[in-house]
Design a protein around this ligand. Structure first.
Ligand SMILES: NC(=O)c1ccc[n+]([C@@H]2O[C@H](COP(=O)([O-])OP(=O)(O)OC[C@H]3O[C@@H](n4cnc5c(N)ncnc54)[C@H](OP(=O)(O)O)[C@@H]3O)[C@@H](O)[C@H]2O)c1
Length: 252
């Protein structure tokens, strides 16, 4: 793969998703730029189109099941298949300790980061099954690794040894996303569809008040790599950005 084909990136009007859309478009793919807000989505798609890329705005709020079904129908009508799905849309949570976190706060984050991924993936799978090289990339976080949380050890070096953030809603939503990744990868093993999770690194975007140390383009790099794996590529793995072409394997 690498040239041609059709991709959908959720939450692509800004941040890492926008950079992924730009990079996939630059590889010659037609890219559906998913965004929940029409104005923001159209503006983002237009700016990539102005750079000569085949990028089309697709209205997509991952928490809106009927809207997601409509989006899948549009893809079916216009292209008839999907080669790459990047489940990128995500929200952060609060900073309260778990004991002071309300159930509703957790539910709200899960709606996007977990349930939204199930909704979008299931709606798009019939289209992905028509591809000769379907790829699903779930944009996760090392913060979702139970192994690294238990050891309070961040292999990506963002947090010093012994300081692992206890972000209940966000961290456990990404742990659930990791579990989804393995579960879908197992179901789809042998189908030609590869399903993997990527930790993009600490990227300067709105989700962290732009405190990240990597640019969105750098954060997109490994996502794009996993979205364009060859047929012999892995499935059911979790990799993290570390500046190398294949990233570093991360523990679940
Ligand atoms: N930045 C980092 O350091 C970092 C590290 C690890 C993982 N990640 C993950 O990377 C992904 C992208 O985040 P980012 O850093 O690029 O943050 P961002 O700039 O805040 O972008 C988040 C994107 O998700 C969209 N979104 C939120 N809820 C949505 C919904 N219900 N339906 C559709 N789109 C929705 C946002 O749309 P609106 O503009 O409409 O809000 C926005 O386009 C997230 O999954 C995040 O958890 C980021």
């Amino acid at each position: 793969m690498g040239v041609g084909g059709c991709a959908l990136v959720t939450g692509a009007n800004k941040g890492i998703g926008y950079a992924v859309a730009r990079a996939l478009g630059g590889l010659g793919m037609c890219v559906y730029l998913g965004a929940r807000d029409e104005r923001r989505g159209l503006a983002a798609a237009r700016s990539l189109g102005d750079d000569g890329l085949d990028v089309r705005f697709l209205r997509l709020d991952v928490t809106d099941e009927s809207g997601v079904r409509l989006a899948a129908k549009r893809l079916d009508d216009e292209v008839g298949r999907l080669d790459v799905l990047v489940n990128n849309a995500g929200v952060g949570g609060g900073m309260s300790p778990p004991s002071a976190t309300a159930t509703d706060q957790v539910r709200q984050v899960y709606e996007t980061n977990v349930f939204g991924v199930v909704t979008v993936t299931n709606a798009m799978l019939p289209l992905l099954r028509r591809s000769t090289a379907g790829r699903i990339v779930n944009v996760s976080s090392v913060i979702g690794s139970l192994t690294h949380a238990a050891a309070k050890d961040d292999p990506t070096g963002v947090f010093p040894m012994g300081v692992f953030p206890t972000l209940l809603e966000y961290a456990t939503s990404k742990a659930a996303l990791n579990a989804l990744t393995v579960t879908y990868a197992n179901e789809l093993r042998g189908s030609g569809i590869l399903v993997n999770a990527v930790s993009p690194g600490f990227v300067a975007t709105d989700i962290n008040g732009n405190r990240g140390t990597l640019t969105p383009a750098q954060g997109a790099r490994l996502v794009v790599r996993m979205a364009t794996l060859g047929a012999d590529g892995p499935t059911g793995v979790f990799v993290g950005e570390n500046g190398t072409p294949d990233g570093q394997p991360l523990c679940w």
